[in-house]
Design a protein around this ligand. Sequence first.
Ligand SMILES: [Zn+2]
Length: 312
Amino acid sequence: MRRSASLHDAALYLRGQINTRLSRVFNAWDRTPRAVPPPLAAVIAGERSPLALSRLLEGRSNPEREAAVARYLGARGVAFARHAFMSSEGPGENFSVDLGSGNRVLLLIAHHDAVPGSPGANDNAAAVGVLLTLLERLSTSLPPTLRVRLLFTAAEERGYLGARQYVREANLAELAGVLSLELCGIGDSVAVWDVADETPFLGRVRAALEGCGLRRDESYNIVGRIPMFGSDHRAFAAAGVPAYGLTLVPAAQAEALRLFIFSPMRSALRYLVRRPVPFDTYHTARDSGSTLEPAALAVALRALEAVVAEVA
Ligand SMILES: [Zn+2]
């Protein structure tokens, strides 16, 4: 058991290495002008919407992104836990915020890191902006019987490293379910993905999406295991917790997306083939805040609020 777990870690480490090194090489070729991020203090003092808060991270280095999340939470007076780790695969720091009380925990994740050479707006500053906005909203309307935990992870792009470190120390028995937010800033349709089988948590998520007016196979999709992509939820799914990815996609691209993500060759060659939205900017120097759509971010936020209410 231990042996297979360490082999699994080694495979993820390798994949993370390939992921970051390819991005560094391809993004170094890209001549897209880089936007200069606004001063952190201005973002912290500014508007609290997903788009505005995505600027805490967009265009900054990974150490700056990590520090920006902690600085924002500190400046807002939010109680949060720090989970610093130092592993053979690298260092990092996850941050968690618990809202509400109760024995059951709904865990919502957004990673704060990005691949080298990418501004990392849709991947994954947008998702961090969504969770920070959710934090504001839930602070005034907490469900009485559920704890909502927002987890901002480090080093997702290095094989879910931060999430794997977190899983080692977490009380997994208290988790009602996990959603990892990825690419939440472009599109009009919610995709819940890496769904292997029916779970009570999945039933709640589906009911929540229907309850906020989304329609199956139109404005939301339940998608099976995706071959070449992944996110932090996989660290939890590997430990037997019901855990899925949540992403926004344009409904008009549904067919092209299906072809792209379920063809391992196409996704493996993603730097070379023409990619459908939102993968056209994914891990590239073009993943800037100017591509983010407030309407997409609003759908993600509304969906999460509905999931919180449904799981509570
Ligand atoms: Zn990501």
